[in-house]
Design a protein around this ligand. Structure first.
Ligand code: GLN
Length: 196
């Protein structure tokens, strides 16, 4: 019997969502965009929170009435792949910002930790459970602190701020400071689909 396609909702209010959609479609997933409340009526096996600007995304989520229903789904165990701004939306605490958003991931995150404008760089690094992957950082956050039960998947050593955590998993929340959707390597997305 053929396996049912996984249905992945990609938050598409701002940021780099199209790239995620393409990678997931290439891997055979059924992808749809989340832009308004009625998009949440569709059955969803997993959610992608893309990179972009967390403050803008947070505001749009609230204005569109998406914030509470999505937070509830994540709390109830909906698998999430969050990249960059998405990681900021999930974090329980931000060390350099008084705002918080979904607060479902028990970590502390520092926004723009590599500097605002010159903070973009690329490394090839190991990601636990996945293997060696390209990591593109764009005005990226880092993870300052993780609570018990959070699996640290990758650390990157940079001249700007030393050896820092850049990827974690907590239950079904996979959160990365970098942008796997921008490189020609779909191992991270493959891992996410397997995790579901
Ligand atoms: N600097 C952005 C923020 O703080 C995140 C950057 C990104 O998603 N590439 O929201």
């Amino acid at each position: 019997m053929e396996k049912r396609k996984l249905r992945i909702g990609v938050l598409a209010v701002q940021g780099a969502f199209i790239e995620h959609e393409q990678v997931l479609k290439n891997l055979g997933a059924d992808v749809f965009e989340i832009r308004q409340l009625r998009d949440l009526d569709r059955p969803m096996d997993g959610l992608v929170l893309p990179g972009g600007e967390s403050t803008v995304q947070g505001k749009l989520l609230r204005d569109l009435g998406l914030f509470e229903p999505l937070q509830k789904k994540i709390r109830e165990g909906l698998p999430v792949l969050a990249t960059c701004a998405g990681l900021i939306l999930l974090a329980e605490k931000l060390s350099n910002d008084s705002a918080t958003y979904f607060s479902t991931l028990p970590v502390t995150v520092e926004r723009n930790a590599y500097g605002r404008q010159l903070g973009s760089f690329f490394v090839q690094n190991d990601l636990k459970h996945v293997g060696n992957v390209p990591m593109t950082f764009i005005r990226a956050p880092i993870i300052d602190h993780v609570s018990d039960g959070v699996d640290v998947l990758a650390r990157v050593n940079s001249p700007v701020n030393g050896d820092k955590i850049v990827a974690v998993q907590y239950k079904k929340q996979l959160a990365l400071a970098f942008h796997p959707e921008l490189d020609l390597d779909s191992k991270v997305h493959q891992y996410f689909l397997q995790m579901i």
